[in-house]
Design a binder for this molecule. Sequence first.
Ligand code: 9MR
Length: 403
Amino acid sequence: MPVDKSYLTDETKSVRYWADLLGKDFGVAINSSATTNATQSAVTAAAFNTIVAEWEMKFANTEKTRNVFNYKEGDALYKFASENGMKLRGHCLVWHESVPSWVSSDGIKNDKNWTREELLKVLKNHIMNVAGHYKGKVYEWDVVNECLSNDQSIIKTNSSGYTMRNTVWYDVIGEDFLDSAFVWAHRADPDAKLYLNDYGNEKWSDAKSKAFLNLVKSMKRRGVPINGVGLQCHYNYNNLDSTEIANTVYEYKKLGLELKFTEIDLSMQNSQFYSDEQWEEQARTYRVLANICRLRPYVTGMLVWGLSDGQTWVNSTAAGTKGQPLLLNYFYGAKPGYEAIRRVFRDKVIDSGILSPSEERVARDNTVYDLTGKPRYVTDDPKSIYSLPKGLYIYNGQKYIVK
Ligand code: 9MR
C-alpha cells in the first residue's frame, strides 16, 4: 500500500475538514505523549477534530491516591485541543477497570470492605472533582463505562430486562451508583453532554444491544440526566452489518438521545500480507459507520481508538492474532478506510447543499468570485482582492468589499 500523507498538507484530503463542515465529531483516542511528539501531534491535528484520553483521565490516574487529584496529562490534552481548535471528550468517570488499588484490588472485589455510604462518598468526591476540574473544557463525558454484564440471557425471558455487571460499584452500592454518577456529573458541569458507553451493544440481534436499550430506557424513566449513548465498535474488519447497526441506532432516536461510535477499531486477522481486497473490506466496514453518521443528525460523530496501526491496544492484548484495525497505517499513511470516510463526508457536504454556493465553490478551489458568481481568478492570498475594481467579491465563503 503506498503511503498517502496528503491529508497533512492539503486539508481537503483530510476527514477533519469535511467533518468540521458537517458538524460531526471525528475523533481519536491518544495519550498526552502524542502531544509532544512532532509527528503524532501534527498527524492528530490534521486528521481529526476531536481527541479523547485513551487512559489518562481514568480513575487510577486521576485519583491514584485517595483525594489527591492528578490532572497533568488531561490538562496537556486540553491545551493541545484548544491550541488546535479541537474538542476534548472525557473518558471515563466510572469503570470497573483502571480503578486505583485503594478502592479495590481488581475493580470487582470489595476487598477494602467499603460500606455503601462510604463508597458513595468516594464516588461523589471523585466525580465532583474530576468533572468539576474539566468544567467548560471537556464537552462530553463517558460517565459510566461498560456497566452491563456480557451475559444478557435474561432477555429470553424478560424482554425489558438487563443484567448489570458485578463490580465493586454495583455490588456495594447497587444500581444507584449509575444514576448518582450522572446526577453528580451534571451538577459538576451542567453544560457537558453525558453518555453511557459500552461494547457489544451495536448489533440489534445481540441480546446485549437490547439489554443496553432497556437499561437506558429505565434511566430515562427515572429522570437520570443522560444525553447520549456510546457504541464502542471494537469489531473485526468484515462483520458489521449496516442494517443491524441502523436498527439499533434508530431506537435511541426514538428516545430523543444522541449517539456516537466511540471506540472504533476493526481488526484484521494478523498476517504479514493483506490483499487490496481485504483493505477494501475494512474500508467498507468503516464506510458503513460513516454513512450511518452522515445520514442521521442525532449520530453526532465517530471516534477511533488509536492514532495509527502502531498505537492500538489490539496489538498488545490479542496475543498476536489481530492487528491493523485503524485508519492510518504504521507510517501514518491514510488507509482505504480513511479515504472511505472522507468520501462519505465530502459527498454529503457537496451534494446536500449544506454549504452556501460560495462556500461550496471554495470547498473545491481557491477562486475569487464576483457578485454575479463569475469566477475572476485563483489565489492563495485574499489580500490581492483589494486590487480589483470596486465591488463585492466572495472568497473562502466570505465577502470582500472593495471601495
Ligand atoms: O486502550 C486502552 C488501554 O491503553 C488501557 O490500558 C486500557 C485500560 O485502561 O483501556 C483501553 O481502552 C479501553 C476503553 O477505556 C474502554 N473500552 C475498551 C478499551 C480497550 O480495552
